[in-house]
Design a protein around this ligand. Structure first.
Ligand code: ITT
Length: 180
């Protein structure tokens, strides 16, 4: 079975493709510009984006909205992760966390799937910590500063795909598709 993944982020696509292979699902990459609505709720943003895209794309597709949430920073950067990564980046987050003891952080992913008729959403979360410095050269985005079980996601390579927020959300979607 084949599904289209609409994203501008190659890192997200590569991971989704590799996760799909484990479930016998072929994930095809499509880049399609769309205006992401602003908001504080990832699920709402993902659903609205998929709704807009569904007016144009009639085949089954999914999008995925994700973000890094840091409780000590009141949930920042959360739904603004993409902008924050492109502006202050990992160095900026490390600076904001300088001297902060509570280093807990989590990634959330919401997948919004359009089956040709309606939109369904699936969520995944992974808990970790913000490292003291950047480590590792694999992955993308905030991976070098997100520590899971002692290693950063950027040090874990493909092992990240066993435990990530994206894996958990996509697993829900792929299980749903396999049952159909
Ligand atoms: P889309 O076209 O799919 O929207 P995007 O990069 O703008 O691509 P988001 O709006 O979902 O994606 O923003 C999520 C940001 O959070 C993304 O830019 C990354 O910097 C970061 N992020 C999400 N998942 C990540 C992961 O697994 N590892 C590291 N950083 C991640």
């Amino acid at each position: 079975m084949k599904v289209i993944f609409i994203t501008s982020n190659e890192g997200k696509f590569r991971e989704a493709k590799s996760i799909g292979e484990k479930y016998g699902i072929e994930v095809e990459w499509r880049k399609e510009e769309y205006l992401e609505p602003q908001g504080n709720d990832l699920e709402e943003i993902a659903r609205k984006s998929a709704e807009m895209l569904s007016k144009k794309i009639k085949e089954p597709f999914f999008i995925e909205d994700s973000g890094l949430f840091i409780p000590a920073l009141k949930g920042f950067p959360g739904p603004y992760s993409s902008f924050v990564f492109k502006t202050i980046g990992n160095e900026g987050i490390l600076k904001l966390m300088d001297g902060v003891e509570d280093r807990r952080a989590y990634f959330l992913a919401v997948v919004a799937f359009f089956d040709g008729k309606e939109i369904l959403t699936f969520k995944g979360r992974v808990d970790g910590r913000i490292a003291k410095e950047m480590r590792g050269d694999k992955g993308f985005g905030f991976d070098p500063i997100f520590e899971y079980d002692g290693r950063t996601f950027a040090e874990m390579g493909d092992e990240k795909n066993e435990v990530s927020h994206r894996r958990r959300a996509l697993e829900e979607l792929f299980r749903y598709l396999a049952k159909k």
